[in-house]
Design a protein around this ligand. Sequence first.
Ligand SMILES: Nc1nc2c(ncn2[C@@H]2O[C@H](COP(=O)(O)OP(=O)(O)O)[C@@H](O)[C@H]2O)c(=O)[nH]1
Ligand SMILES: [Mg+2]
Length: 323
Amino acid sequence: MPANLTPQFMAADKKFKSATTPADKLAALEEMLSTIPKHKGTEKMQADIKRRIAKLRNETQRRRGAARGKPFYQVDKEGAGQIALVGAPNTGKSMLLAALTNAEPEVADYPFATRVPLPGMMAFENVQIQLVDLPPITEESAEGWLYGIIRNAHAALLVVDLGSEDLIAETERVLQLLAQANIHLVAEPHEPQQKRALLVANKLDVKGAADRLGMMREFIADRLPVIPVSAEAETGLDSLREASFRLLGVIRVYSKPPGRKADNSTPFILSRGSTALDAAEAIHKDFVEKLKFARLWRRDAYQGQMVGRDHVLEDGDVIEIHA
Ligand SMILES: Nc1nc2c(ncn2[C@@H]2O[C@H](COP(=O)(O)OP(=O)(O)O)[C@@H](O)[C@H]2O)c(=O)[nH]1
Ligand SMILES: [Mg+2]
């Protein structure tokens, strides 16, 4: 084994070796992949882990129909990005999904109403963001796939219940259980095991919510941004849509064919920091090789000036590729 593997990776490796079900094995492998240091020396190991994940996924999927072993779920990504709804039981994750998307989950005042992942598409301006409703994070919810889905999502919304007497302890417990699964919710990730997240303070409509919101802000401090909402009264939801889009760390870039207008309805979604060359590649694979120059339009800054291939783009940019 190459040197300088992290303790997190070694722990995941240990979990893999002691896993008995395919679902647990898969969860451990995904954790290994997310914690392995990414450099030349581990490339072979990374490839090997990916191969084993693919093989296990295939086997688990095939077995699903046969109703053998524990259930296993995964959710294919759609839209501008995938965001997992994470939290303790009864915090209102399912009601949020219902309020924000086209999905129709079961909303119930008893825990564990949600047993399987349920995706829905949330509109923000001209993009669609995929939200995934999940069963609650508790000591009992040890299913590897639950953590697998969170790890695999682009970001997470940590939903807390401002109506709960136990708000802080409950939230602390969820963060702790996630940390045990090697998922660390942060505002700005720097490590592979860190997941970009927002704290959604739900049930702002209930008595005592304002005081608890204050306590929550104090507890979480600058670890996560806080968005107060009420899924039931449908307040704060527009801020949440916008914050969710920002959370994904993507920009919208519009392609403009020379001599024609830009298509403003269908942006290309690129990760923040993308360049003119990245945009060219997204618009058409052939443009990568053939790109001669690009023209850029950006609010007050650019009105069709030529920019180099390394020019960094911003949300809302209009680009014209010359090949
Ligand atoms: N007052 C109030 N109740 C809510 C709100 N959001 C959810 N609930 C209630 O909280 C309970 C749990 O909701 P649910 O969405 O099933 O929670 P989940 O377990 O996190 O998916 C249900 O009785 C909902 O009606 C809210 O914003 N305000
Ligand atoms: Mg639910």
